[in-house]
Design a protein around this ligand. Sequence first.
Ligand code: ATP
Ligand code: MG
Length: 255
Amino acid sequence: MAVPLLEVANLNKSFGGLKATSNVSFNVARDEIVGLIGPNGAGKTTLLRQITGIIKPDSGKIRFKGQDITRRKVWDIVNMGIAGTFQNMRPFRRLPIIANVMVSCLSPRSMKTGEWVKRIEAKAMDALEFAGISDMALEKASTLSQGDLKRLEVARAIATEPELLLLDEPFGGLSPAETDLMAKSIKRLHKGGRFGRLHSEGPAMIIIEHKLQALMKIVDRVIVLNYGEVVAECSPEAVVKHPAVIECYLGKGDI
Ligand SMILES: Nc1ncnc2c1ncn2[C@@H]1O[C@H](COP(=O)(O)OP(=O)(O)OP(=O)(O)O)[C@@H](O)[C@H]1O
Ligand SMILES: [Mg+2]
């Protein structure tokens, strides 16, 4: 049997006395989009931050393409093929939008020998076009709205040509129409397209979202976290009826 693209085994992370991630285990296959849901404070962002290497788990293992990445540096993890967007967006605000993406294109994973500024610029433009903000490429990033900042984050992540893309609330702050557009872009990216240069298919994905209806339309499988623990793993169709899901959202009005 093929090795799963991502293997997370018994991951634990505490902040003081608080268990933000408690014995979390799951796999992601190469062709999957996995939804990661759960109430506020469930540990979703903390889990993604451990996969990207930004924070290190207290115990447990993370394997990517069969290799242990648990203690690797963020930079190495990006070069192996994992990229993400973050709940707290931090662009280089004084730089033009296109320069924000060109920085990602400079990663050794993305840049091949002999590829110089023109080609990097073209690639950054491709990523911006994909994200739908290429017409603003030369404006300063500080001029972007919340929704467009999200798009910039997506462009920066895909410019590294990831095999696993982690998205933390890609629909957050977007209008219903913008959400729909973003969902379509995500699906198109997953099916492979312009960003399939290193790999013929698009990246596998883990997507955190509170907008469950929009999320369920694009995911193959859902993992539900509550108080740091995986409380359910099911199909998008089964999620609204799942007792553990109903219980953890009960009274919070989110579902
Ligand atoms: N750096 C940190 N230091 C201390 N506590 C933290 C830190 N990061 C997260 N936490 C705590 O860990 C728990 C999980 O937080 P996390 O941000 O992972 O939740 P989440 O599921 O992403 O929530 P949301 O849906 O609101 O984004 C919360 O109780 C949070 O306050
Ligand atoms: Mg979060």
